[in-house]
Design a protein around this ligand. Structure first.
Ligand SMILES: C[S@@+](CC[C@H](N)C(=O)[O-])C[C@H]1O[C@@H](n2cnc3c(N)ncnc32)[C@H](O)[C@@H]1O
Length: 250
């Protein structure tokens, strides 16, 4: 049992192994999620994009597709990440508009919608993305973004319900009222292996995802997808919605 986030071997996280395991061959579930996010964000901004929208991907790790899904809408995007090897991976991806070709399959799905089609993703990613090493549990509601994503993070804080609820609360409290968001969780995960290390997970199902997000969200949609990625979980859960205007939630 790993019930404290600080006890997880984040400094040993191997981003290349993680990408090879999860994203090098795109999974149907991820491509479906990308399409749902694309359509949801396109609907949110159908009436126009406000000036200077700032986006955040919390616990970005070695995954660029949440940030790519925010690319047409944002003036700036922050990739906030705790594990030092993942921070280095993200910095390499953001450098000089040359992210890895592994992410092209995800952009292909995004570019089926008009707002994405007009964007040249590599140069824009290089221009507007910044990477910061930080602990999302320490944000304390002090910084706020206008759009946000958090993928497979709150369920990976530890194997305890408290870590999960804190992760969700910290993410939602980092969003301005009305901010569109997308959050994803592995369904009923028992943890996962990257390289030689085991990483914990809290077992999330659609009801737990809804319960944790509902106090913070308007327009909440939960997509319960029974796609297996590897043994030890039952699929993925995607939550889409907007941050409600109430800022303080106990
Ligand atoms: C399962 S990985 C998910 C990575 C990526 N978002 C994805 O979609 O594949 C969990 C990520 O959460 C990050 N993380 C865990 N605890 C964190 C914290 N307290 N603050 C910021 N990031 C954290 C880890 O470093 C890791 O990158």
């Amino acid at each position: 049992m790993i019930d404290r986030n600080v006890d997880v071997p984040w400094s040993e996280f191997d981003p290349e192994a993680y990408v090879n395991l999860n994203y090098r061959i795109p999974l149907e579930a991820d491509l479906l999620i990308v399409g749902l996010m694309r359509d949801y964000f396109s609907r949110c901004y159908a009436e126009g994009v406000p000036t200077s929208v700032r986006g955040v991907d919390m616990g970005a790790g070695a995954n660029l597709y949440p940030a790519l899904s925010m690319l047409p809408w944002c003036e700036k995007i922050l990739l906030l990440e705790y594990a030092a090897p993942n921070v280095e991976y993200l910095e390499r991806q953001a450098l000089g508009g040359r992210y890895d070709t592994v992410w092209d399959a995800f952009w292909e799905v995004l570019s089926e919608a008009p707002a994405y089609r007009d964007v040249e993703p590599r140069s824009r990613f290089g221009e507007i993305v910044r990477v910061e090493r930080a602990d999302l549990l320490d944000l304390g509601g002090q910084r706020r973004w206008d759009i946000g994503t958090m993928f497979f993070v709150a369920d990976s804080i530890s194997d305890c319900p408290d870590g999960f609820r804190r992760g969700v609360a910290c993410f939602m409290n980092a969003l301005n009222g009305g901010a569109p968001f997308a959050a994803a969780f592995m369904k009923e995960s028992l943890g996962y292996q990257v390289g030689g290390h085991h990483y914990p997970a809290y077992r999330v199902n659609a009801d737990r995802a809804r319960e944790s997000l509902e106090p913070f969200a308007a327009e909440l949609e939960i997509h319960d997808m029974d796609h297996m990625v590897r043994p030890g979980h039952e699929g993925m859960i995607l939550a889409l919605g907007r941050r409600n205007p109430v800022i303080a939630v106990p």
